[in-house]
Design a protein around this ligand. Structure first.
Ligand code: DGT
Ligand code: CA
Ligand code: CA
Ligand code: ZN
Length: 576
């Protein structure tokens, strides 16, 4: 895919402009936006150019003629002249280095100028020799931050985001089923459990022609190379950079295989111990009695039932207490995608979104939602084109117009993603906040504050009485940015005392709160809102990752405010 590389190049150009003159905001923004658009295109840019020329590229938001020509230049020549020239001046691997927490493009440039650091390897070496701390503006502490940042980038680079891995697994499944060689195919492993990152894919199939099925499976387009091929198990390396185990399972033991390969491992170990205690034996072929007679193997739920357990959904199988609850038949009934009535965190062209308010509302309507909450950014987010009070007033107007037009079908709520400033105050005037149906607030700046100050910042915002929902509460980005330092107990207690809702952000690289924090927050009796933080209509589909994370955090329908219908949601918001 050339898309990914072009996205990186545009981001690097933006990085370099930022170094040269950070006031060139429009240019920086244009490159960043185009980078994002290209990365997310479903189709290869080369294919688009082939079919429709640069006009085809310009149909996408954020790609004007100038950038479209640069893309064409890359597709035709493998180079972009402007980029090559800039790179002569700045031979720095910004793409990798800026993934390190605490390292922006300016600091990366400084390290290059002072120490000649060009890439991750150079950075690691310099840190090892304690060279970074001597550079003005860095010091021992930030050297330590960088060291941890490098380590977490390294550790993360081997696990892929669920949001990338799961669609790939589904595409493979679809091909297998279409081939007619496969009777049934299911996703197992961590992606079935909706874990936020995935080590490898696991696919189980039933086939009457196992050899042909394996031949087919190892030859599909997605496969780069075959690592291992056998009659019942093959492992392939996928082009997206992930390996995939494919297993042919006998029809009669499919349930037992599902139970085994969905995992996780420590859940399995405990279930097997229960089986032993009850005089059975459990493995991937079935549940057997003392005389090796098969008791059950076709149906997964039946196996749990015979062991005296309620059926835990895959998302809950992490050995976090679900086994005991299953034995007592006290498992929570997890919230489901179908329970969701609307999305309360959505952007539009009024800040950094790609689609209009009306487009977003119509897309939400298509999903069967009853409402959608518009939450464009506040003014501190200037790179994201955040709104000041004046633009906010126009935005409110636009929302009202959309409601006049389609309000009978779907309600568009007025809100804004309001920045929580350093002192915990909000980035809108009281009168603007009053205009909103609810206030969504989040931390985007000064992410490096120490734990005590950061906790005070968020708690004081929660206690202000002005905020309804805290969006992406820890501001982490999986694989690239650590969560901000927070005393979550204090935050959750304050949220409970002030009836403030915690978001489960569904963006694949956020999933914030994460599963573990949700379990903790749930113990405080908090309410949650599962939102997509959409920046274009297609992002509304991310809801399933948020719901998956909520299920991993044991949330029930009642815990989640956007399962309420419009009337009850408004009642809930008014009551607080
Ligand atoms: P991953 O791939 O690291 O994201 O995580 P999983 O859970 O997909 O792990 P994977 O692919 O190694 O194995 C798939 C499932 O197979 C795992 O969730 C449980 C089962 N499994 C693997 N190894 C063992 C084992 O040694 N004992 C038991 N009981 N189950 C295992
Ligand atoms: Ca796996
Ligand atoms: Ca595996
Ligand atoms: Zn947002």
């Amino acid at each position: 895919m050339e898309n990914k590389r072009i996205g990186e190049i545009f981001d690097e150009i933006a990085d370099i402009i930022e170094i040269e003159d950070s006031k060139r905001i429009f240019e920086i923004r244009a490159y960043r936006k185009a980078a994002l658009t290209i990365r997310e295109l479903q189709e290869d840019v080369a294919g688009i150019l082939n079919k429709k020329g640069i006009k085809g590229l310009m149909e996408f938001s954020g790609i004007g003629e100038g950038l479209a020509k640069k893309i064409e230049e890359y597709v035709k020549t493998g180079h972009i002249k402007k980029y090559d020239e800039l790179k002569k001046k700045y031979p720095i691997d910004f793409t990798s280095l800026t993934k390190v927490r605490g390292l922006g493009s300016k600091k990366a440039f400084k390290l290059y100028k002072e120490l000649g650091i060009k890439d991750m390897k150079g950075l690691q070496e310099a840190i090892k020799k304690n060279k970074v701390r001597s550079i003005e503006g860095f010091g021992e502490k930030s050297e330590d931050v960088l060291k941890k940042g490098v380590a977490s980038v390294e550790a993360a680079s081997s696990r892929m985001l669920l949001g990338t891995a799961l669609p790939e697994a589904e595409a493979i499944l679809h091909k297998l089923l279409e081939s007619k060689l496969v009777e049934r195919a299911e996703i197992a492993g961590s992606s079935r459990r909706m874990k936020e990152t995935v080590g490898d894919l696991d696919i189980l199939i039933i086939s009457e022609k196992p050899e042909e099925a394996m031949d087919f499976a190892t030859r599909i387009d997605e496969v780069e190379s075959v690592l291992l091929k056998g009659p019942t198990k093959s492992t392939v390396w996928l082009k997206i950079g992930l390996s995939c185990d494919i297993r042919v399972v006998p029809k009669e033991s499919f349930g037992a295989a599902m139970q085994y390969f969905i995992g996780n491992k420590s859940h399995n170990v405990k279930v097997r111990q229960i089986a032993i205690k009850k005089g059975y034996k459990l493995n991937e072929y079935g549940l057997f009695d003392r005389r090796e007679k098969i008791i059950e193997s076709q149906n997964e739920a039946e196996i749990y039932k015979i062991l005296g357990m309620a059926y835990p959904v895959p998302e809950m199988r992490e050995d976090r207490g679900e086994i005991d609850l299953a034995l007592q038949d006290k498992l929570p009934v997890p919230v489901a995608l179908g329970d969701i009535c609307g999305d309360l965190h959505v952007h539009s062209t009024n800040s950094d979104g790609a689609d209009t308010i009306e487009d977003m509302a119509l897309a939400a309507l298509k999903l069967g939602y009853k409402y959608i909450g518009m939450t464009d950014h506040s003014k501190s987010e200037y790179i994201a084109r955040g709104m000041d009070e004046q633009r906010f007033a126009k935005y409110v107007n636009e929302i009202e117009k959309v409601n006049d037009k389609i309000g009978k079908q779907i309600t568009v709520f007025k809100s804004a993603e309001t920045d929580i400033l350093k002192d915990g105050s909000l980035d809108f005037s009281k009168s603007a906040l009053k205009e909103m149906d609810y206030v969504l607030a989040s931390i985007h700046t000064s992410l490096n504050m120490d734990k005590e100050s950061m906790t005070r910042r968020l708690v004081s915002c929660i206690e202000s009485g002005d905020v309804d929902i805290i969006a992406h509460p820890t501001s982490r980005l999986i694989n690239s940015r650590e969560p901000i330092k927070l005393d979550l107990d204090k935050v959750f207690q304050a949220a409970k005392d002030n009836n403030v809702v915690m978001e489960v952000n569904s963006q694949p690289e956020r999933l914030d709160l994460n599963d573990e924090s949700i379990i903790k927050a749930r113990e405080y009796g908090l309410k949650f809102s599962i939102n997509t933080d959409s920046h274009r209509t297609q992002h509304l589909m991310f809801m399933r990752y948020g719901v998956g994370t909520a299920r991993r955090g044991w949330l029930e329908k009642n815990d989640v405010i956007n399962t309420l219908n419009t009337e009850n949601l408004l009642k809930f918001l008014k009551k607080r």
